[in-house]
Design a protein around this ligand. Structure first.
Ligand code: CAA
Length: 391
């Protein structure tokens, strides 16, 4: 039955990896001037998965605190968004559903459209809750961003999962209509089935992202969206944090506005803290930006936040959310900092070994070394089946 209740993000939790590689380590290995990483792309470090971590263990770790806080009685749908999928048929969400002990009266599905997938999941979740506001949808966005060693993309790698509980009368952010949407068939970034690392045309990918910013904003305005002045902050997809600055400058230019450095910093500055030290988390990235904003900003009650979600290939969406009174009481700021601070530094050699770790492609069994101290681990593969454990 249709309802007028607001619908949006009721809770948000994230998880990242066991290890972290600093950009100083990477720069010392490849001879890059550190300013290119710290200033040029705006990255300080990247999350590196342990050999026994993957999108499932990260996704389950992100979602477990949400289930612990709210229970699972009302969760009738789990939508798992990823572009680093582990199986061509089975949804990674089914493993998460099992690890979290969710009820069997639940539908679970995996969604893919590069880094845009989590926003599709959020919008689909809103549709389901609108149909029956007593239900909640668990959205899990989980990705491991992996480029070839010694490639230009290597410095933008990262990994994280964000879990969001979508519900009526949300405690954090009400998601508004309309959305501005945009699709263009471009080959800026892709990963064919036979590769474990992404292919990318770096400069083309930046142009495609900027084209999508224009396209979504144009459609958002035509659909009757808010004027630019309404927004207290903007959460962009952040493949590297400087991309958000490029995108916002482009939007302001497109709208004929002043591109003053201080204005841009005030619009974006608080959204980049987590992405700068985690790296690209693909589908999760824009919502890590939201977590950083809510955790750090002064009071945002009833202020509008703009979201620009971009997925290469390409699909993008611009939409607005309004921050709910009392939201600060529901944040997970300490847990978020702990997720980042608990990572163990690896040196370049250790990172390279982890980067090269993979399952055999001939179907033989493999046990993974026990490395993660997170709540779930991927113990290995046997008889072509992934074996997950709760620690
Ligand atoms: N001090 C300060 N700045 C420096 C510097 C120094 N010593 N040396 C270089 N820089 C600056 C450069 O001027 C440049 O800044 P501008 O872009 O503002 O001009 C910046 O550092 C990067 O330098 P380059 O362009 O020379 O870097 P590169 O070509 O080696 O790699 C990249 C950059 C193409 C983005 C590469 O990291 C890459 O391929 N990344 C993956 C693709 C990507 O993230 N694309 C973004 C859009 S696609 C998307 O969003 C989807 C997704 O998640 C992948």
């Amino acid at each position: 039955m249709a309802t007028e209740s607001p619908i949006g993000i009721h809770d948000l939790s994230f998880a990242t990896t066991e290890f972290v590689l600093s950009h100083e380590e990477l720069a010392a290995y490849n001879g890059t001037e550190i300013g290119k990483y710290h200033v040029g792309i705006g990255q300080r470090s990247m999350s590196v998965p342990a050999a026994d971590e993957d999108i499932v263990t990260l996704g389950a770790a992100a979602a477990a605190p949400i289930v612990a806080r709210h229970g699972s009685d009302r969760i009738r749908t789990v939508v798992f968004a990823t572009e680093s999928s582990i199986d061509q048929a089975k949804s990674a969400g089914v493993y998460v559903h099992s690890l979290l002990g969710l009820p069997s009266a639940c539908r679970v599905v995996e969604l893919k459209q590069a880094c845009y997938g989590a926003t599709a999941a959020l919008q689909f979740a809103i549709g389901l809750v609108r149909r029956d506001p007593s239900q909640q949808v668990l959205v899990v966005a989980s990705d491991v961003s992996k480029y070839a060693l010694d490639s230009p993309g290597e410095a933008t790698q990262g990994a994280a999962a964000v879990a969001m509980l979508v519900a009526a009368d949300p405690a954090l952010v009400r998601i508004e209509d309309p959305s501005g949407v945009f699709t263009a068939d471009v080959m800026d970034f892709w990963r064919p089935n036979y590769l474990s690392t992404a292919l990318v045309d770096g400069q083309e990918s930046i142009s495609a992202y900027l084209q999508a910013v224009e396209g979504t904003w144009k459609d958002y305005s035509e659909q009757g969206g808010r004027p630019l002045e309404d927004f207290a902050a903007f959460c962009y997809h952040q493949p590297f944090t400087k991309m958000a600055y490029k995108a916002h400058r482009h939007l302001l230019n497109y709208c004929g506005r002043d591109t003053d450095k201080d204005v841009i910093e005030s619009d974006l500055g608080r959204t980049t803290a987590y992405n700068a030290v985690i790296g690209n988390s693909y589908t999760a990235s824009v919502y890590l930006g939201l977590a950083a904003l809510l955790d750090q900003a002064e009071d945002l009650t009833e202020r509008a936040v703009g979201f620009l979600s971009y997925g290469s290939g390409s699909v993008a969406e611009f939409f607005a959310g309004t921050v709910v009174p009392g939201y600060k009481e529901h944040l997970r700021t300490d847990a978020n900092r702990e997720a980042i601070d608990r990572r163990k530094p690896v040196d370049y050699a250790g990172y390279r070994e982890l980067h090269e770790h993979s399952f055999p492609t001939d179907g033989s069994d493999q046990a993974n070394p026990a490395q993660t101290s997170g709540p779930f681990r991927l113990a290995g593969i046997s008889d072509h089946k992934r074996l997950y454990e709760t620690r």
